[in-house]
Design a binder for this molecule. Structure first.
Ligand code: NAD
Length: 257
């Protein structure tokens, strides 16, 4: 049987690399896209069934040139994971237009451009799109004017894709990770932010790259064949929770019956 092919953007490290590894474990082939050449070469070198494609997803000409190379190498596309993203936290007053655009061009434009370029191949195989947003796209917080807005837009873009592409058999879903200790997160999470997340998350901890990847790969698989247009927070319960968690943790005895 022909192996399925996934494109994973931002695959050189973090959640994208964990997703690549999980796809490979489940018998898929993976086109690994990233714009960090040394990191991409390094990440792809030991992975059987994966090939690296150097590409900045925010640049239309690079995206358009990369898709045919992926089709040449693998023959088609069954899933596209739009994972490449950058985080830049700053107050509204200090977010000038260049800073705003830098976030938007990868986090939002990149998802739009990659999805459009992969549309024909995805329709041909009745494939799946999984866009990676964030809990910052579901709930507002300080310092995330560009990042949070870009991720909220990715959530809406996913719904647009699901609405329009369903008739071609293409599913589109969105994963909103909670905090994971990747390079992206650790560059913007101060100790205060880390402590606040621990307080606000019912599971009381950060997630792992693999815990996010499990949901992404499930949504791309045939096991999710009737799931489309959904936004799934993989966040230890953060998004569903209101006030009062830390107060409940003053007594650490395990509840009984
Ligand atoms: N780590 C978290 O806590 C967290 C939480 C919520 C959402 N997310 C989202 O998950 C996704 C992955 O984040 P991560 O934490 O693994 O980050 P990361 O920084 O570890 O990895 C991101 C990868 O994307 C690549 N990349 C960035 N811009 C690119 C571009 N324009 N073109 C091609 N490649 C590009 C980087 O080179 C890097 O290899 C992002 O969309 C991020 O916003 C992460």
């Amino acid at each position: 049987m022909q192996k399925k092919t996934a494109i994973v953007t931002g695959a050189a490290r973090g959640i994208g690399l964990a997703t690549t590894r999980l796809f490979l474990n489940e018998g898929w082939q993976v086109a690994m896209i990233d714009r960090d050449a040394p990191a991409l070469e390094d990440a792809a070198s030991g992975l059987d069934g994966a090939l690296p494609f150097l590409c900045d997803v925010s640049q239309p000409d690079q995206v358009d040139a990369t898709l045919p190379r992926i089709i040449d190498a693998f023959g088609g596309v069954d899933a596209l994971v739009n994972n490449a993203g950058i985080a830049d936290f700053g107050p509204i007053a200090e977010t000038d237009f260049a800073r705003w655009r830098r976030v938007m061009e990868t986090n939002l434009d990149g998802v739009f451009l990659m999805s459009q370029a992969a549309l024909g191949p995805l329709c041909a195989r009745r494939g799946a799109i999984v866009n990676i947003a964030s809990i910052s796209g579901l709930r507002a917080s300080t310092l995330r004017v560009a990042y949070g807005t870009s991720k909220a837009a990715v959530i809406q873009l996913t719904k647009q894709q699901a609405a329009e592409l369903g008739e071609f058999g293409v599913r589109a879903n969105c994963v909103c990770p909670g905090p994971v200790r990747t390079k992206l997160a650790m560059a913007v999470h101060s100790q205060e932010i880390i402590d606040a997340y621990h307080d606000a998350i019912p599971l009381n901890r950060y997630g792992s790259e693999t815990e996010i990847a499990e949901v992404i790969v499930f949504l791309c698989s045939g096991r999710a064949s009737y799931v489309s247009g959904q936004v799934i927070a993989v966040d230890g319960g953060f998004e569903s929770t209101g006030v009062g968690l830390p107060a409940l943790r003053t007594d650490d005895t395990i509840p009984t019956g």
